[in-house]
Design a protein around this ligand. Sequence first.
Ligand SMILES: [Ca+2]
Length: 283
Amino acid sequence: GTHLVLLPALVAMLLLCVSPAPAKQGSSCLSAPAEKRCSQQVPLAVEHPVRSSISSIRTAAPQQPASTFSSTGFPADCSHLTSSSPSGVYVIQPAASPPRAVWCDMDTEGKGWTVVQRNTYTTEITWKESWTTYKYGFGNVQGDHWLGTEYLHLLTQQGTYKVRFVVRSNANVTHYAEYDIFSVESEASGYPLRLGRFLGGGEDYLTSYHTRYGGIHDNMKFSTTDRDQDQHSGNCANSYGGWWYDKCQNVLLNGKRYIFWPGICSSGDCASSLILVKPTDVC
Ligand SMILES: [Ca+2]
C-alpha cells in the first residue's frame, strides 16, 4: 500500500540557504556565482551498494517557508527530506517545473540525493531515444531511467547543484566522481553540460580533455539520434544513447549493454551507473 511519510521538520539546507541575511562572501546559496568553491574533498572511489529495492511513493508534507517548497507543497528536491527518510520514490517540484516523481537516494553518503539517471548493464531500455523522449524522460524511476533533460535543466537552475557520477564495475566495486557545480542549461542553448571543480583523487574524465578517448564532456551540448550537436563528423548518439558528446566520449552511461568509464569498465562493461544531484554544500 501507499505510505505517507510526514516531514516533521525542515532540514538544515533550508535554514542555511533561505536565510535573508547575506552570506559572508556577499552571496546567498541560491545566487552563488560559479566560482564559489567549497573546501570539501571527497575520495574518488568508495564502495557503496547500488540500491534496487522497490518501495511505495512517498509524499513530503507541506512545510512553512515558501522558497524550498512549491505552492503545491512539494519539496524542490530530495535534499529537503528529513535525514531519517528512507530511499524511495518521492514527489518533488523544482521551480517552474510540474511535480515529478523521482527516486530519492538516502543511502549514499550525505543523503538527500536526487537520482537523475540510473542504468544497469542488462537493462531493457535501449537508450537510443529521440530528443523529445530525452527531454521529458523515460524508464522507471524505481529502476533504470532518465529523469528528463528538461527536468535536469529546471532542477539545476533553481540553485547551485553538485553532482556525483557513480559506476559499479562488473567486479562489484563502486566508484564515483563528484563535481562541486552541475547544471544543464536551456533547451534553446542545446542543454549543454556545465560542471564545476572535480572533487576526487583520480583522473577527471568529464572536465579535462582526453585525446585518447572522445575529448571532453564539460560544456558540450546534448546529442540524440535525431539531434546531432556533437563535435564529430558523424552522430555519436547513433551508437548508444543521448549524451553530452564531444567526438565522441570519455565516459558514457546512457547505453544498453554499454556503460563505459576508462580504467573501471574500459570495455563498456560496468554493471550499473547512477547520476545523483543535490544542492552544493554551504561553504
Ligand atoms: Ca556530429
